[in-house]
Each structure stands twice: as C-alpha cells, then as structure tokens.
Write a protein that binds this ligand. Structure first.
Ligand SMILES: C[S@@+](CC[C@H](N)C(=O)[O-])C[C@H]1O[C@@H](n2cnc3c(N)ncnc32)[C@H](O)[C@@H]1O
Length: 251
C-alpha cells in the first residue's frame, strides 16, 4: 500500500480485462437463453460482467465471488444503483473455500488462477473444476490468455518471467477445453484496441498519481512499478499475449 493510495482500477475500467462494451454484449448473447438461469461468476472482481448478464435477463439470478473486499463493495453499490441487488449475491471469499452451488451458467474470465495450484496448471485445473460444477447443457464463459505466437525468451523475461508453459496457442487452448468435457459454442478474442484501452487505464492510474504526488515517499516505488509494467507491455505482452473468450457447453 502506498501513500496516498492509488485509485482502484474500477474508477477507470469497466471490467478488469481487455473487453469492450460491445464485445461484452456479444458474449452475453452466446450464453443464452438465460431465462430463469442461475449465473455464477468466480473471481468476479467488481462483478461488472455479471451485472450486465443480469440486466439483460430479468428472470436470471446471480452469485459472484471474489476475495477483493473493496471490489465486492463496489459491485454491491453498482447492483443497488441498477436495481439488481434483489437478484444478485456478491460474496467476499476465496474460491478455494467455496463448496459450489447449482449453476446453469458459469463465468470464469481472467481468473483461472482462483482455483489455485501452479501457474502452469491453472488452465487445466480451472477447466476440471468448472466442468464438475455444471450439468450437461450448462454453459461456461471461459476467458483465458493464449500465445498469439511462440514467445522468445527475451519476451518472456520482459513479461515478469512468465513460464512459457502457462499458456498455449489458441488451438491448444480450445483442445484443452474440449478434452475436459465441453463443446465449443462460440469463440472470440480481445482486439489490440481492447488490450490498449485496458493497459492504458492501468498506466494512467500510475502516471496521474505520480504527477499529483511527486513528493510522496512512495513515488520511486510507484514509478518503478509503472516502468516495469510498461516494459512488460511494450517488450512482451503487446506482441504475444492474446485473451480468448470461449463459450463452452458441458456435454
Ligand atoms: C484479473 S481479475 C478479473 C476479474 C473479473 N473476472 C473481470 O473480468 O472483471 C482477477 C480477480 O480474481 C480475484 N481472485 C484471485 N484469487 C482469488 C481467489 N482465490 N478467490 C477469489 N477471488 C480471487 C482477484 O481478487 C481479482 O478480482
């Protein structure tokens, strides 16, 4: 924690990932029909996507779980402001401690790590856990990174020394999902513009803080974080990291 605190990302970003409003709306249509459905979002952040699902489906109910207390508080306030609080429960908690519940539709976007374990096995661990929570016919929106192309060692090093094996090609990701008892109903990926928009919102938070707080004892730390992330973005992620959105049906 730095002083004064950095603004929470939700002040600048709608969802905590590279996803435009228009793309989010298209993803919601791939999950339907949603009438009377129970929608569960694990690692929901401030639950913006879940709230949009519920806003689009007046008879659906939702549950969102995230260990971020501030994010869940923000999601609850948004649910109240949009008249959705009667149909959604937002819970502060660790997914590892959650025993599961009936779900017709599951959402796990940008948060496969919530299922724990080694980063190299996050994707498979998540798919196994999610498959176990759905009945045949249940739908899953699975948002996971993939390599746009094979990364070089230098690009991996720039990206916080990401293990190469943590992600796979789009083909490899789809195959992995199918091998866990799913069929693919829809597939899309974040565009470069969606990535830039998301990363710019992060960067602006740091840069604006530095402008406003040049004399903070934490200025060097924030500058180093911003510089490190800019290098990861420009020297690594921007060329090689994709975000896939798979709408999967449990068979
Ligand atoms: C990249 S964010 C994605 C949030 C959201 N799905 C979205 O797209 O806006 C990852 C989220 O996972 C949450 N998280 C990480 N580990 C968790 C765990 N073990 N249990 C619950 N939430 C967790 C973090 O607090 C964070 O909000």
């Amino acid at each position: 924690m730095v002083t004064p605190p950095l603004p929470p990302l939700y002040r600048a970003a709608d969802v905590n990932g590279p996803l435009s409003d228009e793309h989010a709306a298209r993803l919601i249509t791939t999950l339907g029909p949603l009438d009377g459905c129970r929608v569960v979002d694990v690692g929901c952040g401030w639950a913006e996507f879940l709230l949009r699902v519920l806003a689009s489906a007046p008879t659906a109910t939702g549950l969102g779980i995230d260990r971020g207390e501030e994010a869940i508080g923000h999601g609850r306030a948004n649910a109240r402001a949009r008249g959705l609080d009667e149909r959604v429960e937002l819970v502060v908690g660790d997914v590892a401690d959650w025993s599961g519940t009936r779900a017709d539709v599951l959402v796990n976007v940008g948060s496969t790590h919530v299922w724990g374990g080694d980063p190299v096995t996050h994707t498979a661990t998540a798919l196994g856990a999610l498959a176990g929570l759905l009945q045949p016919g249940g739908r899953l929106l699975f948002g996971e990174c993939f390599w746009l192309r094979e990364p070089t060692d230098a690009e991996l090093a720039a990206m916080y020394d990401n293990p190469r094996e943590q992600y796979r090609s789009m083909r490899g990701l789809v195959d992995l999902a199918l091998s866990h008892g799913f069929r693919l109903r829809a597939l899309s990926q974040a565009s470069p513009a969606e990535w830039d928009d998301f990363e710019n919102r992060h960067a602006q938070g740091w840069e604006d803080w530095l402008l406003e707080n040049p004399d903070s004892p934490d200025a060097d730390e924030v500058r180093a974080t911003a510089d490190r992330h800019r290098a990861a973005r420009v020297d690594g992620m921007r060329e090689i990291l994709g975000m896939a959105y798979l709408t999967l049906i449990r068979v």
